[in-house]
Design a protein around this ligand. Structure first.
Ligand SMILES: NC(=O)c1ccc[n+]([C@@H]2O[C@H](COP(=O)([O-])OP(=O)(O)OC[C@H]3O[C@@H](n4cnc5c(N)ncnc54)[C@H](O)[C@@H]3O)[C@@H](O)[C@H]2O)c1
Length: 254
């Protein structure tokens, strides 16, 4: 898909990977709308790239629809969505105080999984109403953000891992449902990226990753995530797959 001039939504765009993706899409010529829970931050971020910033909680359906309406009024029918809104969720399934607090577990599932599903389905429904953009019949693309922890397991991250595993599982399923209407679905599963969320990763886990068994042996830069999102959008043969973006790291069990 040729990105130039297309209307794009990025959630979680006030910070980290979402912000870098919004910047990369804007540079590639998209008309980007940035969504984030933090209204002040997202408006400032959007202003820096001449884009629209909207304060929006991805688990609030009416707020999401209202934000999508604003995006379409300003930039035209939505063709690109990158879901980056997410929260960490450090909690053991059985900790010192007993079994996990189900409300805390559900909160992580709600934001990371339900928020992603909500934005994905609302945008896909809009894309399906549009005319195809090219000879392949492409109408739009949705990129969700998973995590390598959902593939490898990470002690103390049950809710987070479950939320990201469900996003990965949904990728092919959603791609198959949306295929007849020309909408692709992909997931990026990042390893370790230098963003505020990484502050929640225990130091021993970071040390275990940055131990010379990955290359390059460093944190990923958010711009490298944004670059992959742009590449995925541009390559129509990518569909229904989760791509690890992790410098080849494999997590240790402990
Ligand atoms: N940084 C990493 O190493 C890493 C690794 C694997 C996966 N991820 C995933 O990448 C995504 C982006 O994370 P990041 O590293 O940029 O973190 P980040 O904290 O910098 O950005 C996340 C953004 O999501 C927003 N957000 C949170 N809840 C929201 C809600 N309900 N509605 C709207 N916005 C909301 C936050 O305000 C924040 O701006 C997340 O889904 C995260 O799980 C990050």
């Amino acid at each position: 898909m040729d990105i130039e001039g297309l209307s794009a939504i990025v959630t979680g765009a006030g910070s980290g990977l979402g912000l870098a993706t919004a910047q990369a899409l804007s540079k590639a010529g998209a008309r980007v709308t940035l969504l984030d829970l933090d209204e002040v931050r997202v408006k400032n971020a959007a202003a820096e790239i001449g884009a629209l910033g909207v304060g929006c909680d991805v688990i609030n359906s009416s707020a999401v629809e209202a934000a999508l309406d604003l995006a379409e009024d300003r930039s035209g029918p939505i063709r690109i969505v990158v879901n980056c809104a997410g929260i960490p969720g450090g909690m053991r399934l059985v900790g010192r105080d007993g079994p996990v607090d189900m409300e805390a577990f559900a909160r992580v599932i709600n934001v990371n999984l339900m928020g992603t599903v909500s934005v994905m389905t609302k945008c896909a429904a809009r894309m399906m109403q549009q005319e195809p953009l090219n000879q392949d019949g492409e109408r739009g693309i949705i990129i969700n953000t998973g995590s390598i922890t959902s593939i490898e397991g990470q002690i103390g991250q049950g809710a987070y891992v479950a939320s990201k595993g469900a996003i990965a599982s949904l990728t092919l399923q959603a791609a198959r449902e949306f295929m007849p209407r020309g909408v692709r679905v992909m997931t990026i599963a990042p390893g370790l990226f230098r963003t505020p969320i990484a502050d929640h990763i225990p130091q021993e886990v970071i040390d275990g990753m940055l131990d010379g068994r990955m290359f390059p042996n460093r944190f990923g830069e958010p711009a490298e995530f944004g670059r992959l999102a742009v590449n995925i959008i541009q390559n129509p043969m990518l569909n229904g797959e989760t791509i690890r973006l992790d410098a080849g790291v494999r997590l240790q069990a402990g």
